[in-house]
Design a protein around this ligand. Structure first.
Ligand SMILES: [Zn+2]
Length: 309
């Protein structure tokens, strides 16, 4: 079994279940397969349990406007609360509204749902809603700036959805994988509403927060916060330096490795594993540790993260 686990990866939601199952069977390393909204959640649920698969349930902040918390709201009322800027540009808002589906009532099914991790959930202050209503994620519009509206998902709405999932994770005692862009202070506040001290296992995925906030996380959750890095994707020296600086502050036993890629976008299981390996190699380099030692540390960290101990 490959020793390095992928702490955060995805699947293209249009994939069929047989293809996904065979892709997963080819992997001899752990994959935390994240869910972003109903489409990939339904797909992941259909896969029979596999030794190396960790199923996840969650609503990504980029899809959170599609979910309604207050059932008494009509479609228009819901989207007017969930999306910010509706009143400033009613004409464009109407165009978007016509494309958006009937909102889905957020029900977190605790009894029947089969998941070992909660996520992807989180807060994002930068994301803008695409003209099509929601992103074609994780394969499509991730980096393209064209086709975006000026509308954002209201941060209060994002917090509500996040809070519901954090409560669920807390009750079910499962680890959480969290997305955060330019909202680290707000995220910590939300997490502290649910968790007190180290009764959690929280992974800040693709972590890129400021140093001051990193200290805050470590102070509040010294034994239960994890920072996950897709280091293989580092291309610029500036980025590398940012990671080196973060790793001076973050103890090595708090670090996880991830690809954050759709696993079906890889040509082979080995190609995905090479990205994990490259990340581990860079981690070794950045922290001036041997590769063997880093591999052992990552294995221990992952096992602590998923077992919440
Ligand atoms: Zn992700």
């Amino acid at each position: 079994m490959g020793r390095i686990s992928d702490a955060h990866c995805h699947v293209t939601s249009s994939l069929d279940v047989e293809t996904l199952a065979s892709i997963l069977k080819a992997r001899n390393f752990n994959c935390c397969l994240m869910s972003t909204y109903w489409k990939d959640w339904e797909l992941i649920q259909q896969v029979r349990p596999l030794r190396t698969l960790l199923k996840s349930q969650g609503v990504h902040p980029w899809f959170s406007h599609l979910y309604r918390v207050d059932k008494t709201l009509s479609k228009v009322e819901h989207y007017k609360t969930a999306i910010s800027g509706a009143n400033a540009d009613p004409e464009s808002f109407q165009i978007l509204l016509d494309l958006l589906p009937e909102p889905i009532d957020l029900v977190t099914d605790e009894q029947d749902a089969d998941f070992e991790i909660l996520g992807e959930v989180g807060l994002d202050k930068v994301f803008r809603i695409p003209r099509s209503g929601y992103p074609d994620y994780p394969t499509g519009e991730k980096k393209k700036d064209t086709g975006l509206t000026r509308f954002r998902v209201n941060i209060e709405h994002q917090k509500k959805i996040l809070g519901i999932f954090l409560e669920l994770a807390h009750r079910k005692r499962v680890p959480v994988s969290v997305h955060c862009v330019k909202a680290h202070g707000a995220l910590l506040e939300e997490v502290l509403k649910v968790y007190e001290g180290d009764d959690a296992a929280i992974c800040l995925h693709s972590y890129n927060g400021p140093i001051s906030q990193t200290h805050q996380w470590l102070k509040k959750f010294p034994n239960s916060i994890y920072f996950s890095f897709p280091l293989f994707a580092v291309v610029e020296e500036e980025q590398a330096q940012k990671y080196r600086d973060l790793l001076k502050v973050i103890p090595i036993d708090r670090v996880l490795i991830e690809t954050d890629q759709a696993i079906d976008s890889y040509e082979s299981a080995n190609a995905q594993y090479q990205d994990l390996k490259k990340s581990a190699q860079l981690l070794a380099e950045f922290t001036d540790t041997s590769y063997e030692e880093i591999e052992r540390t990552l294995e221990r960290n992952f096992s602590r993260f998923v077992n919440r101990c």
